[in-house]
Design a protein around this ligand. Sequence first.
Ligand code: PLP
Length: 492
Amino acid sequence: MKNHQQNKTPFFTALKDYGEKNVAPFDVPGHKLGNIPNDLQKYMGTKVYKLDSNSPIGLDHLNKPTGVILESEELMAKACNADKAYFITNGTTIGILAMILTACKANEKIILPRNVHKSVINALILSGAIPIFIKPNIDKKLGIANDITYDKVAKAIKENPDAKAVFIINPTYFGVVSDLKKITKLAHDNDMLVIADEAHGAQFYFSEKLPVSAMEADADISALSMHKTAGSFTQSSVILCKGERIDHHRLRSSLNMLQSTSPSSLLMASLDVARKTMYFEGEKRIAKTLENVKETREKLKKIPGIKVIDKDYILAQKSYDYDETKIIVKVSDLGLSGFEVYKLLMKQSNIQLELAESHIVLAVITIGTTKAHLERLVQAFKKLSNEFYKQRDKLPKIDFNYQFPEAYARPRDAYHAPKLIVTLEDAIDEIAAEQVMIYPPGIPILIPGEIISKEVIDDIKFYMKKGSALQSDLDSNYISIVDKENWIKWED
Ligand SMILES: Cc1ncc(COP(=O)(O)O)c(C=O)c1O
């Protein structure tokens, strides 16, 4: 039975009323509800400006909500089977920083997979927590890192009984999930918090046909990017909490330290209405979407040179479960890399994919994906197959060992150490002082404090050669390392 209270959109409704009531605005923002016409306004109309307000009377304050924002957060919490929700207008990136700052003080341990998003590494730098990394399941055929197994978590917990928290990605960028329920039970039995990264899992809250959500698994806290898969504006996310273990005072102060004091009202309104739509329509529309995705997978499977990954494949790799709204397509048998296909699909067929790796590409499907979009995807792959299959040699098997660099120092220590800037070649065997990653997916190849191996440098060069978006703080041929001679390593 649906709860009719979920029809309410307290924040959006109050914001709309405010925009319509002809206020004489002597506050910020300076566009004064749309009184400085510009090209964007001409294109979008004034309405969107009328909805862009910064905490006037009646619209509550995100940093300490007591009115309509709180009401909307409460509805979000109820819709997601959580005890409390916090709106975020700076993405799950900030949610992750706040969750880890809440759970761990400096030098406290946190157990986590190595294939975490860069925001997790930044949270380690900010908090000073000590990472206990678990190597994820590696799919060598596809060249991707997946979930972590219960057994590996159990081992890490046993070896680190003093750890404060276990951090789980639910699901990974590619849609693979761990046995979160079982892991949560074990962590709780060992007095550890369970923190979830659900940047790619907001849809789990609105369908029984998808893997278990963090709140359903009784995890303590989770950040979800409603904007990625549940229809709200980019950068709007939510933190959900369950149970008694979270220190809400610390969470509030962490969020207030990290978030803007001028949170976007448009983003908050978009969270409010996305929750309502997903609550009432999600179940049905996700079921329909999954049917469409199944049909699409069947069609893709018939295309020569294309391999489409399905749940059976993922389960056969001993992963726990799979979010079927992610379509992974292996393209290397066409003689093309994922990076080439990513570009070709846009050039030839006007199709934007989510990301590419050396042998695969990823398409993210939501209830906003139409059947016509899916059909275009199929046709685009047919076109590629006609053009390239058997015209080129298949790409060689991936030499994907998933480097797991040795850690020498806490990320925070390396980050604050004196630094030298050297060429990639000169960095071998040195200690990294910065993160290097390709984006997307934004999973660091190297993090501060890790020893830079030759293999890692080879990986970086490989990605540079493929023209993928390599992100680091410096120009791509240089890297920042710890100046060991002038470094007093913080022991203890
Ligand atoms: C696994 C993972 N976690 C966290 C994030 C950060 O989410 P957001 O973009 O909402 O800040 C991302 C973004 O891509 C991600 O892939």
